[in-house]
Design a binder for this molecule. Structure first.
Ligand code: PGA
Length: 247
């Protein structure tokens, strides 16, 4: 199984900061790395980051992804972008069902399922994000919540195992500085692995953990059996931290 380190920049970084990030990243980029890396910039900077990755000589190791897409091919959807547009700008991955999309923007499970399906139908590899709120954890329904999100998110007719990655991100751990313990994260990721082996017999779908992953806890989280890497927000904005976690 490969290792993964994906950086979700959310609504951070302007053009000059992105230029600086790539300059610094390239200057200490590992010659050899088995880690699959991707950065998810705000979509207006997709082309800029693709261009920078190429010109800095890191494009064969580092992919660019899109943080969100609309499920329709095109049409009257002001402010949205399609899968086709993201691909056209050089995106190789998408993030779908991130907790901020679910909880801040009110995306329903049906909509998330439609987006995952749209991405798969066009061959855009998709990270389906799942995770429970603190209230759900306290009520003891963590697995019920995650299982429901997996079932629904992967219910489309175009889903292919080789286009899917799953990120387990407990909502209470995102951006709070309070990561899940490696053991708690492993427990849920192990259950996700088991569920995925039933959904996609014979295929191995990568499972990432996200939620306050930082250089000082990445190693203990990534050493867990069923955690194949990380989806990192805040700590991915700094090239030094990003590369530390890659290593
Ligand atoms: P965080 O964000 O690392 O800043 O907690 C993770 C994410 O939202 O994917």
């Amino acid at each position: 199984m490969k290792n993964y380190l994906f950086g979700n920049w959310k609504m951070n970084m302007n053009g000059a900061e992105i230029d600086r990030f790539f300059h610094d990243l390239a200057s200490s980029f590992p010659e050899k790395s088995e880690t699959v890396m991707a950065i998810f910039p705000p979509f207006v900077y997709l082309e800029r980051t693709v261009r920078l990755a190429k010109s800095m000589g890191v494009a064969d190791k580092l992919s660019i992804g899109v943080q969100n897409v609309h499920e329709a091919d095109k049409g009257a959807y002001t402010g949205e972008i399609s899968v086709e547009m993201a691909l056209d700008c050089g995106a190789e991955y998408s993030l779908i069902g991130h907790s901020e999309r679910r909880h801040v923007f009110g995306e329903s499970e049906e909509r998330i399922a439609a987006k995952v399906n749209a991405c798969c139908s066009r061959g855009l590899r998709t990270v389906l994000c799942v995770g429970e709120t603190l209230e759900e954890r306290d009520r003891g329904v963590t697995w019920e919540t995650v299982e429901r999100q997996l079932k629904s998110g992967l219910s489309g007719d175009k889903i292919q195992s080789d286009s899917i990655l799953v990120a387990y991100e407990p909502v209470w751990a995102i951006g709070t500085g309070r990561s899940a313990s490696p053991e708690d994260a492993q427990e849920v990721c192990g259950a996700i692995r088991k569920w995925l082996s039933g959904r996609f017999a014979g295929a191995t779908v990568p499972i990432l953990y996200g939620g306050s992953v930082k250089p000082d806890n990445s190693e203990s989280l990534f050493s867990m059996t069923d955690i194949d890497g990380g989806l990192v927000g805040g700590a991915s904005l700094d090239p030094g931290s990003f590369l530390y976690m890659v290593r």
